[in-house]
Write a protein that binds this ligand. Sequence first.
Ligand SMILES: Cc1ncc(C[n+]2csc(CCOP(=O)(O)OP(=O)(O)O)c2C)c(N)n1
Ligand SMILES: [Mg+2]
Length: 357
Amino acid sequence: MPKTIIYEAMTEKLEILAPDGTVDEQLLPPLSQEEVLGLYRDMLTLRAFDDKALKLQRQGRMGTWASTLGQEAAQAGLAKNLTRADWLAPTFRESGLMLLFGVPAVNQYAYWKGDEAGSLFPEGVNCLPPSVPIASQLLHAVGIGMALQKKGSDGVAVGFGGDGSTSEGDFHEALNFAGVFGARTLLYVQNNQWAISVPFKRQTAAGSIAQKAHAYGIPGLQVDGNDPFAVYAGTKAALDHIRAGKGAYLVEALTYRMQSHTTADDHTRYRTPEETALWAEREPVRRTRLYLEKKEWWDEQKEAALQEELAAAVEGWVKELEARPAPKPEDMVAFMYQEMPWHLKEQYEFLKAEVKR
Ligand SMILES: Cc1ncc(C[n+]2csc(CCOP(=O)(O)OP(=O)(O)O)c2C)c(N)n1
Ligand SMILES: [Mg+2]
């Protein structure tokens, strides 16, 4: 008898666009040329948004940043299927998705610069502020999904987690509640292979995260998270299922965090150059561009024009950011409770008196 039983992946993995830019025509979703170009544009927008934040941090103009480099397809492919009635419960890794969902760039830059008021999103954008305790977001989304179901809403709640979040009790509790109560919830795990410096092989002995859904009585699907078509088609199938009132769904997007965990981390201390080079070949923007060029829908000139347009947009976001009034240090403790408890009152008064304006 083997000491441990290692289950093979019991779920299907959806792959449509290969790293070399070729597609499985049978599985290709029926997107128009305009829509496909829109997805590419979305991915490049996320890359520009992300790249600027990293640069601002290095220049001392941003507190910290959790990069989405390499995870653009996993976010843009899902965003394309979301509606105004949906709700998001994001982690710190969903900045790109939030941008496409309608959370302005300036709000997000402000938040990461240390201004909590950045989390005051425009009316009608149903997105919670990013929550840092990992796996908490999944429970929040199941609660919202149960409420949406009771209200007879068309909306779906999407809860986010990474590979690391799946080792938390909250992940399992969220799946259990989602299954038992038929929550209108999509549990979306971006398996980017790393949880800070812990590799995926130390998170689970199972063949996939997606297969864990079956134990809780809900469907699970694994998609190539670096393939915008697979993410789009897979999350569309999951969302159609949830919108039809058939209950929750788990989607695992297999992707790769190409940058360090945050700007406070140095990934070269725990990853080999061979590994990062391998994933550079599989990254989503490269393969999508190869596909577009094969179709003769894209060329060097169009690329340069789009890059120029995005660079201008990004500069506009930075201008907006730097025109915001600086947050007051005492606001750090001002909004935690409706009524400030005594120990926070003390800190509030201290900060107000001590900090030089
Ligand atoms: C409950 C909890 N424990 C520990 C941490 C510290 N922490 C922040 S991110 C992280 C790893 C998250 O990895 P993963 O879920 O794979 O998400 P990724 O950062 O790769 O997107 C840890 C351990 C935390 N934020 N919350
Ligand atoms: Mg991870």
